[in-house]
Design a protein around this ligand. Structure first.
Ligand code: SPQ
Length: 432
Protein backbone atom coordinates (compact mmCIF):
# COMPACT_ATOMS: atom_id res chain seq x y z
CA UNK A 1 0.00 0.00 0.00
CA UNK A 2 1.22 3.52 -0.73
CA UNK A 3 0.12 6.94 0.50
CA UNK A 4 -0.21 9.82 -1.93
CA UNK A 5 -0.33 13.11 -0.09
CA UNK A 6 -0.92 16.41 -1.85
CA UNK A 7 0.89 19.39 -0.44
CA UNK A 8 -0.75 22.22 1.46
CA UNK A 9 -3.90 22.30 3.57
CA UNK A 10 -4.33 22.80 7.28
CA UNK A 11 -5.50 20.66 10.22
CA UNK A 12 -8.57 21.55 12.24
CA UNK A 13 -11.38 20.10 14.37
CA UNK A 14 -11.55 17.85 17.43
CA UNK A 15 -10.18 14.35 16.97
CA UNK A 16 -9.50 11.33 19.16
CA UNK A 17 -6.60 9.19 17.96
CA UNK A 18 -6.65 5.42 18.79
CA UNK A 19 -5.74 3.93 22.16
CA UNK A 20 -2.21 3.84 23.56
CA UNK A 21 -0.29 0.88 22.14
CA UNK A 22 2.00 0.36 25.16
CA UNK A 23 -0.93 0.42 27.59
CA UNK A 24 -3.08 -1.82 25.35
CA UNK A 25 -0.37 -4.54 25.24
CA UNK A 26 0.07 -4.47 28.99
CA UNK A 27 -3.69 -4.56 29.69
CA UNK A 28 -3.98 -7.87 27.79
CA UNK A 29 -0.90 -9.38 29.44
CA UNK A 30 -1.81 -8.45 33.00
CA UNK A 31 -5.56 -9.11 32.58
CA UNK A 32 -4.73 -12.61 31.27
CA UNK A 33 -2.64 -13.66 34.29
CA UNK A 34 -4.82 -11.92 36.87
CA UNK A 35 -7.44 -13.66 39.02
CA UNK A 36 -10.91 -12.56 37.83
CA UNK A 37 -12.41 -10.63 34.93
CA UNK A 38 -10.94 -7.36 33.65
CA UNK A 39 -12.72 -5.01 31.24
CA UNK A 40 -10.55 -2.85 28.99
CA UNK A 41 -11.98 0.17 27.19
CA UNK A 42 -10.26 2.28 24.56
CA UNK A 43 -8.14 -0.74 23.53
CA UNK A 44 -6.05 -0.17 20.40
CA UNK A 45 -7.40 -2.44 17.65
CA UNK A 46 -4.10 -2.26 15.78
CA UNK A 47 -2.14 -5.27 14.54
CA UNK A 48 0.53 -5.06 17.29
CA UNK A 49 -1.82 -5.16 20.27
CA UNK A 50 -4.06 -7.66 18.44
CA UNK A 51 -1.03 -9.94 18.13
CA UNK A 52 -0.61 -9.81 21.90
CA UNK A 53 -4.32 -10.58 22.30
CA UNK A 54 -4.10 -13.55 19.89
CA UNK A 55 -1.03 -14.88 21.72
CA UNK A 56 -2.92 -15.06 25.02
CA UNK A 57 -5.94 -16.60 23.31
CA UNK A 58 -3.67 -19.33 21.97
CA UNK A 59 -2.46 -19.88 25.53
CA UNK A 60 -6.03 -20.68 26.60
CA UNK A 61 -7.25 -17.30 27.87
CA UNK A 62 -10.91 -16.54 27.17
CA UNK A 63 -10.92 -13.00 25.74
CA UNK A 64 -14.12 -11.35 24.43
CA UNK A 65 -13.86 -8.62 21.79
CA UNK A 66 -12.45 -6.27 20.83
CA UNK A 67 -15.76 -4.59 20.16
CA UNK A 68 -15.45 -0.81 19.62
CA UNK A 69 -12.37 -0.79 21.82
CA UNK A 70 -13.90 -2.92 24.58
CA UNK A 71 -12.19 -6.16 25.59
CA UNK A 72 -13.24 -8.50 28.41
CA UNK A 73 -10.49 -10.77 29.72
CA UNK A 74 -11.27 -13.77 31.89
CA UNK A 75 -7.95 -14.06 33.70
CA UNK A 76 -6.49 -17.51 34.37
CA UNK A 77 -4.18 -16.55 37.24
CA UNK A 78 -0.37 -16.53 37.36
CA UNK A 79 0.00 -20.23 36.52
CA UNK A 80 -3.10 -20.83 34.40
CA UNK A 81 -1.63 -20.30 30.90
CA UNK A 82 -1.57 -23.37 28.62
CA UNK A 83 1.07 -24.41 26.13
CA UNK A 84 0.11 -23.05 22.67
CA UNK A 85 -0.14 -25.55 19.76
CA UNK A 86 2.11 -23.42 17.53
CA UNK A 87 4.83 -20.78 17.83
CA UNK A 88 3.38 -17.42 18.89
CA UNK A 89 3.63 -15.11 15.87
CA UNK A 90 3.99 -11.56 17.17
CA UNK A 91 4.13 -9.92 13.74
CA UNK A 92 5.89 -6.55 13.82
CA UNK A 93 5.67 -6.01 17.58
CA UNK A 94 8.86 -5.64 19.61
CA UNK A 95 6.88 -4.90 22.78
CA UNK A 96 5.00 -8.21 22.51
CA UNK A 97 8.17 -10.22 22.01
CA UNK A 98 10.29 -8.59 24.70
CA UNK A 99 7.62 -8.44 27.41
CA UNK A 100 6.39 -11.97 26.64
CA UNK A 101 9.97 -13.27 26.85
CA UNK A 102 9.96 -12.21 30.51
CA UNK A 103 6.45 -13.34 31.31
CA UNK A 104 6.85 -16.73 29.62
CA UNK A 105 10.28 -17.52 31.10
CA UNK A 106 8.49 -18.41 34.32
CA UNK A 107 5.96 -20.88 32.83
CA UNK A 108 6.01 -24.65 33.06
CA UNK A 109 5.82 -25.18 29.25
CA UNK A 110 8.11 -24.65 26.25
CA UNK A 111 7.12 -21.91 23.84
CA UNK A 112 8.52 -20.27 20.70
CA UNK A 113 8.15 -16.58 19.83
CA UNK A 114 8.55 -15.43 16.22
CA UNK A 115 7.70 -12.40 14.10
CA UNK A 116 7.84 -10.75 10.68
CA UNK A 117 10.97 -9.83 8.71
CA UNK A 118 11.49 -6.57 10.63
CA UNK A 119 11.03 -8.10 14.09
CA UNK A 120 13.30 -11.00 13.11
CA UNK A 121 16.15 -8.49 12.68
CA UNK A 122 15.73 -6.75 16.04
CA UNK A 123 18.13 -7.39 18.92
CA UNK A 124 16.82 -9.72 21.63
CA UNK A 125 20.03 -10.26 23.60
CA UNK A 126 19.11 -7.20 25.60
CA UNK A 127 16.34 -9.33 27.16
CA UNK A 128 17.77 -12.84 26.96
CA UNK A 129 20.94 -11.81 28.84
CA UNK A 130 19.23 -10.64 32.07
CA UNK A 131 16.69 -13.48 31.80
CA UNK A 132 19.54 -16.01 31.61
CA UNK A 133 21.02 -14.43 34.77
CA UNK A 134 17.67 -15.16 36.44
CA UNK A 135 17.90 -18.81 35.38
CA UNK A 136 15.77 -18.72 32.22
CA UNK A 137 16.70 -20.99 29.29
CA UNK A 138 16.20 -19.26 25.96
CA UNK A 139 17.71 -19.98 22.55
CA UNK A 140 17.93 -17.36 19.83
CA UNK A 141 19.43 -17.44 16.36
CA UNK A 142 23.07 -16.45 16.00
CA UNK A 143 23.43 -12.78 16.82
CA UNK A 144 20.66 -12.91 19.40
CA UNK A 145 17.77 -12.45 16.94
CA UNK A 146 14.30 -14.08 16.95
CA UNK A 147 12.84 -16.64 17.02
CA UNK A 148 13.14 -17.11 20.78
CA UNK A 149 12.76 -20.67 22.06
CA UNK A 150 11.92 -20.58 25.76
CA UNK A 151 12.20 -23.79 27.79
CA UNK A 152 9.59 -24.23 30.49
CA UNK A 153 10.09 -25.27 34.08
CA UNK A 154 13.06 -23.00 34.88
CA UNK A 155 13.34 -21.94 38.52
CA UNK A 156 13.88 -18.17 38.32
CA UNK A 157 15.82 -16.20 40.92
CA UNK A 158 15.47 -12.47 41.52
CA UNK A 159 18.34 -10.24 40.31
CA UNK A 160 19.49 -6.65 40.58
CA UNK A 161 19.78 -5.48 36.99
CA UNK A 162 21.45 -2.29 35.83
CA UNK A 163 20.07 -1.62 32.33
CA UNK A 164 22.80 -0.86 29.76
CA UNK A 165 20.36 1.24 27.73
CA UNK A 166 17.24 3.29 28.45
CA UNK A 167 14.56 0.77 27.47
CA UNK A 168 11.10 0.30 28.93
CA UNK A 169 10.85 -3.05 27.16
CA UNK A 170 13.95 -4.43 28.88
CA UNK A 171 12.86 -3.03 32.25
CA UNK A 172 9.37 -4.49 31.84
CA UNK A 173 10.68 -7.86 30.67
CA UNK A 174 12.87 -8.27 33.75
CA UNK A 175 10.10 -7.11 36.12
CA UNK A 176 7.60 -9.53 34.55
CA UNK A 177 10.03 -12.42 34.96
CA UNK A 178 10.52 -11.14 38.53
CA UNK A 179 6.85 -11.89 39.23
CA UNK A 180 7.70 -15.58 38.72
CA UNK A 181 11.07 -15.53 40.51
CA UNK A 182 11.87 -16.21 44.11
CA UNK A 183 13.09 -13.18 46.01
CA UNK A 184 13.37 -9.60 44.90
CA UNK A 185 14.00 -8.44 41.32
CA UNK A 186 15.19 -4.87 40.81
CA UNK A 187 15.88 -2.88 37.65
CA UNK A 188 17.82 0.38 37.54
CA UNK A 189 17.58 2.47 34.38
CA UNK A 190 20.18 4.95 33.08
CA UNK A 191 17.45 7.47 32.21
CA UNK A 192 13.68 7.54 32.83
CA UNK A 193 11.65 5.45 30.37
CA UNK A 194 7.90 4.91 30.08
CA UNK A 195 6.56 3.50 33.34
CA UNK A 196 3.24 1.97 32.26
CA UNK A 197 4.29 -1.46 33.54
CA UNK A 198 4.96 -0.16 37.04
CA UNK A 199 1.73 1.86 37.10
CA UNK A 200 -0.47 -0.91 35.73
CA UNK A 201 0.98 -3.67 37.92
CA UNK A 202 0.15 -1.46 40.91
CA UNK A 203 -3.43 -1.08 39.59
CA UNK A 204 -3.60 -4.92 39.37
CA UNK A 205 -2.66 -5.10 43.07
CA UNK A 206 0.99 -6.07 42.67
CA UNK A 207 3.25 -3.76 44.57
CA UNK A 208 6.18 -2.25 42.65
CA UNK A 209 8.58 -0.42 44.94
CA UNK A 210 10.16 2.58 43.27
CA UNK A 211 13.15 4.50 44.49
CA UNK A 212 14.54 6.95 41.95
CA UNK A 213 15.73 5.03 38.91
CA UNK A 214 15.16 1.64 40.60
CA UNK A 215 11.96 -0.41 40.45
CA UNK A 216 11.61 -3.65 42.44
CA UNK A 217 9.11 -6.47 42.57
CA UNK A 218 8.88 -9.28 45.13
CA UNK A 219 8.26 -12.74 43.69
CA UNK A 220 6.25 -14.83 43.46
CA UNK A 221 3.60 -12.19 42.81
CA UNK A 222 -0.12 -12.36 42.05
CA UNK A 223 -2.50 -10.02 40.22
CA UNK A 224 -6.15 -9.21 40.83
CA UNK A 225 -8.40 -8.26 37.89
CA UNK A 226 -9.10 -4.59 37.33
CA UNK A 227 -10.73 -2.37 34.70
CA UNK A 228 -8.50 -0.26 32.46
CA UNK A 229 -9.44 2.85 30.46
CA UNK A 230 -6.79 3.20 27.76
CA UNK A 231 -6.12 6.86 26.86
CA UNK A 232 -5.43 8.01 23.28
CA UNK A 233 -1.82 7.34 22.28
CA UNK A 234 0.44 10.40 22.52
CA UNK A 235 2.71 8.75 19.93
CA UNK A 236 -0.19 8.81 17.43
CA UNK A 237 -1.28 12.28 18.55
CA UNK A 238 2.28 13.49 17.85
CA UNK A 239 1.72 13.31 14.07
CA UNK A 240 -1.14 15.78 14.40
CA UNK A 241 0.82 17.98 16.83
CA UNK A 242 3.56 18.38 14.25
CA UNK A 243 1.11 18.58 11.33
CA UNK A 244 -0.87 21.39 12.98
CA UNK A 245 2.33 23.21 13.97
CA UNK A 246 3.78 23.26 10.44
CA UNK A 247 0.58 23.92 8.44
CA UNK A 248 -0.34 27.62 8.55
CA UNK A 249 -3.88 28.31 9.77
CA UNK A 250 -4.20 25.03 11.70
CA UNK A 251 -6.06 24.76 15.00
CA UNK A 252 -6.76 21.24 16.26
CA UNK A 253 -7.81 19.62 19.54
CA UNK A 254 -6.59 16.10 20.33
CA UNK A 255 -8.89 14.56 22.89
CA UNK A 256 -8.17 12.40 25.96
CA UNK A 257 -4.47 11.91 25.22
CA UNK A 258 -2.22 10.11 27.70
CA UNK A 259 0.25 12.63 29.15
CA UNK A 260 2.27 10.33 31.38
CA UNK A 261 5.42 12.41 32.10
CA UNK A 262 7.60 9.56 30.76
CA UNK A 263 5.95 10.08 27.33
CA UNK A 264 5.61 13.86 26.96
CA UNK A 265 9.08 14.61 25.56
CA UNK A 266 7.49 15.45 22.20
CA UNK A 267 5.49 18.30 23.74
CA UNK A 268 8.59 19.69 25.46
CA UNK A 269 10.66 19.42 22.26
CA UNK A 270 8.01 21.08 20.07
CA UNK A 271 7.58 23.85 22.63
CA UNK A 272 11.37 24.40 22.60
CA UNK A 273 10.99 24.86 18.84
CA UNK A 274 8.29 27.49 19.38
CA UNK A 275 5.14 25.35 18.98
CA UNK A 276 1.81 26.65 20.30
CA UNK A 277 0.53 23.74 22.41
CA UNK A 278 -1.94 24.01 25.26
CA UNK A 279 -3.14 21.24 27.62
CA UNK A 280 -6.57 21.40 29.26
CA UNK A 281 -9.23 19.15 30.84
CA UNK A 282 -6.46 17.35 32.72
CA UNK A 283 -7.59 14.32 34.74
CA UNK A 284 -6.39 10.85 35.73
CA UNK A 285 -7.73 7.49 34.46
CA UNK A 286 -6.55 4.23 36.02
CA UNK A 287 -3.30 5.74 37.31
CA UNK A 288 -2.46 7.45 33.99
CA UNK A 289 -2.78 11.24 33.49
CA UNK A 290 -4.76 12.41 30.42
CA UNK A 291 -5.59 15.77 28.84
CA UNK A 292 -7.03 17.41 25.76
CA UNK A 293 -4.30 19.05 23.69
CA UNK A 294 -4.87 22.12 21.50
CA UNK A 295 -2.26 22.83 18.83
CA UNK A 296 -2.18 25.91 16.61
CA UNK A 297 0.26 26.59 13.82
CA UNK A 298 3.45 28.43 14.73
CA UNK A 299 6.78 29.42 13.20
CA UNK A 300 9.13 26.68 14.38
CA UNK A 301 12.81 27.34 15.06
CA UNK A 302 15.58 24.77 14.88
CA UNK A 303 17.05 23.72 18.23
CA UNK A 304 19.60 21.46 19.88
CA UNK A 305 17.41 18.80 21.50
CA UNK A 306 18.43 18.12 25.12
CA UNK A 307 19.55 14.47 25.44
CA UNK A 308 17.49 13.89 28.57
CA UNK A 309 14.34 14.40 26.47
CA UNK A 310 15.31 11.68 23.97
CA UNK A 311 13.98 8.58 25.82
CA UNK A 312 10.82 10.53 26.68
CA UNK A 313 10.09 11.08 22.97
CA UNK A 314 11.82 8.06 21.46
CA UNK A 315 8.98 6.99 19.13
CA UNK A 316 8.22 10.53 18.02
CA UNK A 317 11.58 11.26 16.35
CA UNK A 318 10.48 10.45 12.79
CA UNK A 319 7.88 13.22 12.98
CA UNK A 320 10.16 15.50 15.06
CA UNK A 321 12.65 15.27 12.16
CA UNK A 322 9.85 16.48 9.88
CA UNK A 323 9.18 19.41 12.23
CA UNK A 324 12.90 20.20 12.10
CA UNK A 325 12.87 20.12 8.29
CA UNK A 326 10.12 22.78 8.29
CA UNK A 327 11.71 24.86 11.06
CA UNK A 328 14.01 27.81 10.46
CA UNK A 329 17.66 27.06 11.18
CA UNK A 330 19.53 24.03 12.43
CA UNK A 331 18.22 21.18 14.60
CA UNK A 332 20.69 18.81 16.20
CA UNK A 333 19.66 15.46 17.70
CA UNK A 334 22.21 13.44 19.70
CA UNK A 335 21.99 10.50 22.12
CA UNK A 336 19.31 8.79 20.01
CA UNK A 337 21.23 5.67 18.82
CA UNK A 338 18.29 3.49 20.00
CA UNK A 339 16.44 4.77 16.91
CA UNK A 340 18.67 2.51 14.82
CA UNK A 341 17.10 -0.68 16.27
CA UNK A 342 13.39 0.08 15.92
CA UNK A 343 11.05 -1.31 13.23
CA UNK A 344 13.57 0.23 10.81
CA UNK A 345 16.80 2.15 11.31
CA UNK A 346 14.85 5.34 11.92
CA UNK A 347 17.93 7.60 11.64
CA UNK A 348 19.03 6.24 8.27
CA UNK A 349 15.58 5.85 6.75
CA UNK A 350 14.46 9.36 7.76
CA UNK A 351 17.72 10.95 6.57
CA UNK A 352 17.47 9.24 3.17
CA UNK A 353 13.78 10.17 2.84
CA UNK A 354 14.32 13.80 3.81
CA UNK A 355 17.23 14.05 1.37
CA UNK A 356 15.01 12.64 -1.39
CA UNK A 357 12.63 15.53 -0.64
CA UNK A 358 15.43 18.06 -0.96
CA UNK A 359 16.08 18.62 2.74
CA UNK A 360 19.61 19.19 4.04
CA UNK A 361 19.62 16.30 6.56
CA UNK A 362 22.74 14.45 7.68
CA UNK A 363 22.59 11.22 9.68
CA UNK A 364 25.11 10.89 12.53
CA UNK A 365 25.82 7.70 14.52
CA UNK A 366 23.44 8.78 17.29
CA UNK A 367 21.10 11.29 15.68
CA UNK A 368 20.76 13.82 12.88
CA UNK A 369 21.62 17.37 11.88
CA UNK A 370 18.89 19.08 9.86
CA UNK A 371 19.02 22.50 8.24
CA UNK A 372 15.33 23.32 7.99
CA UNK A 373 13.40 25.76 5.89
CA UNK A 374 11.39 23.89 3.31
CA UNK A 375 10.48 20.45 2.00
CA UNK A 376 10.33 19.71 -1.73
CA UNK A 377 8.32 16.87 -3.23
CA UNK A 378 8.94 13.33 -4.41
CA UNK A 379 8.82 9.67 -3.47
CA UNK A 380 10.07 8.08 -0.25
CA UNK A 381 10.08 4.57 1.19
CA UNK A 382 8.85 3.91 4.73
CA UNK A 383 10.72 0.57 4.89
CA UNK A 384 7.55 -0.98 6.35
CA UNK A 385 7.84 1.27 9.40
CA UNK A 386 4.49 2.72 10.53
CA UNK A 387 5.99 5.80 12.18
CA UNK A 388 8.11 6.69 9.11
CA UNK A 389 5.05 6.41 6.84
CA UNK A 390 2.90 8.69 9.01
CA UNK A 391 5.74 11.20 9.56
CA UNK A 392 6.25 11.66 5.80
CA UNK A 393 2.48 11.98 5.30
CA UNK A 394 2.50 15.00 7.63
CA UNK A 395 5.53 16.45 5.81
CA UNK A 396 3.25 17.19 2.84
CA UNK A 397 1.58 19.95 4.89
CA UNK A 398 4.68 22.11 4.44
CA UNK A 399 5.99 20.63 1.18
CA UNK A 400 6.17 22.25 -2.27
CA UNK A 401 4.54 19.34 -4.08
CA UNK A 402 3.02 15.88 -3.69
CA UNK A 403 4.77 13.26 -1.54
CA UNK A 404 4.31 9.56 -2.36
CA UNK A 405 5.20 7.08 0.39
CA UNK A 406 5.74 3.40 -0.41
CA UNK A 407 5.19 0.38 1.88
CA UNK A 408 2.61 1.82 4.25
CA UNK A 409 0.70 -1.37 5.29
CA UNK A 410 2.25 -1.39 8.72
CA UNK A 411 0.50 1.83 9.70
CA UNK A 412 -2.17 -0.65 10.82
CA UNK A 413 0.14 -1.88 13.59
CA UNK A 414 -0.44 1.27 15.66
CA UNK A 415 -2.95 3.51 13.86
CA UNK A 416 -5.84 1.80 12.08
CA UNK A 417 -7.68 4.29 9.82
CA UNK A 418 -4.90 6.87 9.94
CA UNK A 419 -5.86 7.87 6.39
CA UNK A 420 -9.54 8.43 7.29
CA UNK A 421 -8.81 10.46 10.43
CA UNK A 422 -6.01 12.50 8.85
CA UNK A 423 -8.20 13.28 5.79
CA UNK A 424 -11.08 14.34 8.05
CA UNK A 425 -8.70 16.69 9.87
CA UNK A 426 -7.62 18.30 6.59
CA UNK A 427 -4.67 16.31 5.19
CA UNK A 428 -5.03 15.69 1.46
CA UNK A 429 -4.14 11.98 1.64
CA UNK A 430 -5.26 8.86 -0.18
CA UNK A 431 -4.00 5.29 -0.11
CA UNK A 432 -3.60 2.99 -3.12
O1 SPQ B 1 6.71 -2.58 20.04
P1 SPQ B 1 7.73 -1.92 19.18
O2 SPQ B 1 7.73 -2.51 17.82
O3 SPQ B 1 9.10 -1.93 19.79
O4 SPQ B 1 7.25 -0.40 19.05
C1 SPQ B 1 7.86 0.89 19.23
C2 SPQ B 1 7.03 1.86 18.30
O5 SPQ B 1 7.57 2.76 17.66
O6 SPQ B 1 5.81 1.69 18.28
C3 SPQ B 1 9.34 0.97 18.92
F1 SPQ B 1 9.69 0.70 17.75
O7 SPQ B 1 7.62 1.40 20.56
C4 SPQ B 1 8.29 0.91 21.75
C5 SPQ B 1 9.17 2.02 22.31
O8 SPQ B 1 10.13 2.44 21.38
C6 SPQ B 1 7.23 0.55 22.75
C7 SPQ B 1 7.73 0.43 24.15
C8 SPQ B 1 6.89 -0.19 25.19
O9 SPQ B 1 5.66 -0.30 25.02
O10 SPQ B 1 7.46 -0.57 26.24
C9 SPQ B 1 8.96 0.95 24.53
C10 SPQ B 1 9.89 1.59 23.58
O11 SPQ B 1 10.91 0.66 23.24
P2 SPQ B 1 12.28 0.53 24.09
O12 SPQ B 1 13.12 -0.42 23.31
O13 SPQ B 1 12.85 1.92 24.11
O14 SPQ B 1 11.94 0.06 25.41
Amino acid sequence: MKFIVNNGGRLSGNIRVPGDKSISHRSIMFGSIAEGTSTISGFLEGEDSLNTLRAFRSMGVDIEGPDKGQVVIHGVGMNGLKQPDMPLDLGNSGTSMRLLAGLLSGQSFDVELCGDASLSKRPMERVTRPLAQMGARIDTTEGGRPPLRIQGGAALQGIDYLLPMASAQVKSCVLLAGMYASGKTCTTEPAPTRDHTERMLTAFGCSVQRDGATACIEGPASLTACDIDVPADISSAAFFMVGASIAPGSDIVLEHVGINPTRTGVIDILKLMGADIELFNESEVGGEPVADIRVRSARLQGTRIPEQLVPLAIDEFPVIFVAAACAEGETVVTGAEELRVKESDRIQVMAVGLQALGVDARATPDGMVIHGGSIGSGRVNSHDDHRIAMAFAMAALCAQGTITIDDCENVNTSFPDFVGLAAAAGLSIRSE
